[in-house]
Design a protein. Structure first.
Length: 119
């Protein structure tokens, strides 16, 4: 029996969707990496993909979807009740480590979503 999850995008109070904007830019600049990341995101509905090599726990409740291409592409997310995954931040970089400012952005968005959406 597989446990299925719903994948949702974080939205700001103003209705902006940073991960969708990140993916739109990725599609325009690197269609091959975009296709690989989209395929990875589609797999997140299945619990078996919530571990390495596709996903990795970052700490403090955050996880990352990882894709290695011309640049390392990452989409950060967290779990919510009722088997939901919320995508909060996307980055591309050359290094292996996630810059502290990007981790902080993902954490702030996670807290914001939990405060506004979680009962």
């Amino acid at each position: 029996m597989t446990m299925e999850f719903t994948v949702e995008f974080y939205e700001t109070e103003a209705g902006k969707c940073p991960v969708r904007e990140f993916l739109d830019e990725l599609k325009a600049t690197d269609p091959d990496d975009f296709a690989a990341v989209l395929a990875g995101l589609a797999k997140l509905w299945n619990r078996q993909y919530h571990r390495e090599p596709l996903s990795k726990a970052l700490g403090n409740g955050l996880f990352e979807l990882r894709h290695v291409g011309k640049l390392n592409t990452r989409v950060m997310w967290f779990f919510m009740k009722q088997r939901k995954l919320i995508l909060v931040h996307g980055i591309r970089n050359k290094g292996r480590a996630i810059p502290a400012r990007d981790f902080a952005t993902a954490q702030a968005r996670m807290r914001d979503w939990q405060k506004r959406v979680q009962p």
